[in-house]
Design a protein around this ligand. Sequence first.
Ligand SMILES: Cc1cc2nc3c(=O)[nH]c(=O)nc-3n(C[C@H](O)[C@H](O)[C@H](O)COP(=O)(O)OP(=O)(O)OC[C@H]3O[C@@H](n4cnc5c(N)ncnc54)[C@H](O)[C@@H]3O)c2cc1C
Length: 389
Amino acid sequence: MTLTYPKTIRNRPRTVIIGAGANGLAIAWRLAQAGCEVDVYDKGAAGGGATWSSAGMLAASAEAEPGEERLVALARESQAMWPGFAAELHAAAGMDPGYRETGLIVAAMNRDEAAKLEFDHNLQRDLGLNTHWLSAAEIRRHEPHLRNGVVGGIHSPGDHQADNRALARALLAAAHNAGVRVHEHTPVQGLELVQGRARGVRVADEVVPAEAVVVAAGAWTPDLAGLPEAVRPPVRPIKGQMLALRMDPDRPLVHHILWAPAVYMVPRPDGRLLIGGTVEERGLNTDMTAGGVYALLEAAWRAVPAIEDLAIDEMWVGFRPGSRDDAPILGDTTVDGLWLATGHHRNGILFAPLTADALSREILSGERIPELAPFRPERFQRESAEAGP
Ligand SMILES: Cc1cc2nc3c(=O)[nH]c(=O)nc-3n(C[C@H](O)[C@H](O)[C@H](O)COP(=O)(O)OP(=O)(O)OC[C@H]3O[C@@H](n4cnc5c(N)ncnc54)[C@H](O)[C@@H]3O)c2cc1C
């Protein structure tokens, strides 16, 4: 899929963005580069939502699931943007967003798991994705610390990673350098509507006027006051527990992003090994649980036994902004001046470059990108209209 971006700039609206995560900051940066006046509000620290909790995998191929062909095509488009996006951001911010081309390996630890992976691999081949089957000997050549007895797996050489926390810091700096005003620890109390049109937001009991309002509030989107019911997107928090172990950076136990049953491991250049992530429907519950940590460590140890000697560096909880169909919700709404960039679920870091370009160019041109049709807010607005009382 190649998005047909509108080329003409017709408007430079004064814009307020609700949410300073990867997506809100990236949109703000792009709009400010084009000459818009932009304010971004976050109820906490910039980049402190799901963006902070993420694993930063850019795994368009390995993530492919049956029935998600259009989503995979969109994800691949954003993935292809990442090298250029990271280089431009590095230069604009003077900070490295931690884009690293490590590739990804999926390991099967027994014959049942291998049969499931062969099925996944067939789907990936049908979709034209660049993945290769690895024998037991080949997979251990790539990852020598995998448990003896690993049966085989998939190599996805085009799936990489970014350091999500470094990304947020770089986006904040780049947005600031481009003239964006970022207001941290400043919750938006609600959307301000005048005669059914979005005309700003309420902050500290004052109205901040705007010609365009972008909701990039992640898992908290449904809590935003003032959103008319017809455009309130079906987004819910999907809790994930994660932890980081400390490897010797000169002798890492894991070299690629490594997926094994019920767990993934992401090695960072500084020696941290991220282990994630549980998938839980617990609302905004922030507890690290014994069961969650046990399940992650047990699954990681089953794949790479040598992790048992590593120190635990950190543990945390985050909330994926899950939409009803697992796809992002991008674009204008039936409320004039109101835009949504939310619902990125488990791929919001991967989608940040595409979200930023797509939303900013639609806002600047007043035109729609045809290929975004399946991902527009109206797919749910139509549904709720049809549902009746
Ligand atoms: C455990 C875990 C692992 C993940 N792994 C990956 C991965 O490997 N790869 C990947 O691509 N994605 C991954 N994700 C998903 C990814 O992190 C998210 O999709 C992405 O960060 C969403 O970014 P965002 O900017 O849309 O939202 P967020 O980063 O959540 O930002 C939304 C911001 O809005 C602010 N906000 C909300 N309401 C208000 C309000 N009323 N006023 C002001 N501010 C408000 C919040 O404080 C928050 O900072 C993972 C997520 C989790 C939880």
